[in-house]
Design a protein around this ligand. Structure first.
Ligand code: SAH
Ligand code: SF4
Length: 339
């Protein structure tokens, strides 16, 4: 394993301290930060306002740990999926989603996923490991360089369960906020629902949006879709979410995958609407993106509209996720690690 210090896991103040210990002039830290985070440089060698000797020293002490782009696939709507190789050879994916004046990125948090939802592509090759903070930040830096634009929004909806990599995810949010100067309000973390970690997150003093992948108002449905739903029951999750709302004053978003014949009935819609009103949640409907080898299907247009109408008649706050990137398998839930 690389014993070098992972540069992008640290804030400016921390790097300044590390520079002091390693006899590097403190003011260099700001120069390097400007180059990495604002000018899309991805190697010490490419920073043009520092001397060669310093570059050598930086390379001997630190690593930038930026994943290598192995493949890029662009959809018609310009949604772009990146296949990235990590230092140890494992691969992950992330997605760039341009939308009006927004440049969003959907980042991965693990290699594979240990949760194993029955409908999802991210876990079909199993689970390997958590990502380091620098590997989460590295996805953003690699993409910024490629698109030559600043990322404005980050969603933790790529491969993996963010709350099962809790410490690194929370630290990466702090780094995004401070080093990339991006408000926490522009960051969304999506979770399949880990009660203990939602409770912990409520006390982390973050201003992010939490999205809960609810997918059905019924416990007996949910355990068929999400294996960890057995120990993280809907009742307990909703209590934890209420607590999150009370402590953070941030409304929770409920993601609701619409799957044909599974959770798209009128009864589902009514129960969901009543629950959402009770818990003051926003709902984000996501028509299912078919995954090769999985038996699940997207409901037809009329079924989606009917579901939509029930929510509307109950005056629930909701939106339907725009179709982005489905033709390049770049949509959420279609990301996988392929070794
Ligand atoms: N592990 C976290 C975050 C990554 S998945 C979670 O489960 O929330 C991000 C979102 O994509 C989740 O809401 C997930 O349910 C959804 N998703 C998974 N597979 C999908 C698919 N095939 N089509 C559409 N959305 C999918
Ligand atoms: Fe993991 Fe989320 Fe996919 Fe479930 S939906 S397997 S938690 S990435």
């Amino acid at each position: 394993m690389d014993k070098k210090i992972k540069f992008t896991s640290y804030t400016l103040e921390e790097i300044q301290e590390l520079f002091l210990i390693n006899q590097i002039e403190e003011y260099r830290a700001k120069q390097i930060f400007g180059s990495l985070y604002e000018k899309y440089t991805t190697s010490f060698d490419d920073i043009n306002n520092i001397p060669k000797l310093l570059k050598e020293k930086l390379n001997s002490i630190f690593t930038l740990d930026i994943p290598e782009i192995m493949d890029i696939s662009k959809s018609e709507d310009n949604t772009t999926k990146f296949l990235l190789k990590l230092e140890d050879g494992n691969t992950i994916e992330c997605v760039y989603l341009p939308y009006n004046d927004r440049n969003s990125i959907c980042v991965s948090t693990q290699v594979g996923c240990p949760v194993g939802c029955d409908f999802c592509a991210s876990c079909v090759n199993g689970y390997i490991r958590n990502l380091e903070v620098s590997e989460i930040i590295g996805q953003i830096l690699a993409v910024q360089k490629e698109i030559n634009k600043k990322i404005t929004h980050v969603v933790y909806m790529g491969i993996g369960e963010p709350l099962l990599n809790y410490n690194n995810v929370v630290r990466s949010i702090n780094i995004i906020n401070r080093n990339l100067n991006l408000s926490e309000r522009r960051i969304t973390v999506s979770t399949s629902g880990i009660v203990s970690k939602i409770k912990k997150l409520a006390t982390a003093d973050l201003d992010i949006t939490l999205a809960l992948s609810l997918h059905t108002p019924y416990q007996y449905d949910r355990i068929k879709l999400i294996p960890t739903a057995r120990e993280n029951t809907i009742d307990d999750l909703l209590l934890a979410c209420d607590d999150y709302f009370t402590k953070t004053k941030r409304r929770i978003t409920w993601e609701y995958l619409l799957i044909k014949g599974v959770n798209d009935s009128e009864l589902h819609a009514k129960s969901l609407a009543n629950l959402a009103k009770l818990h003051k949640a926003h709902i984000n409907l996501i028509p299912y993106n078919p995954v090769k080898g999985k038996r699940y299907k997207r409901p037809d247009y009329n079924a989606i509209r009917k579901f939509n109408d029930v929510l509307k008649s109950h005056k629930v706050v909701f939106s339907i996720r725009q179709e982005k990137g489905t033709n390049e398998n770049a949509a959420c839930g279609q990301l996988r690690n392929e070794n």
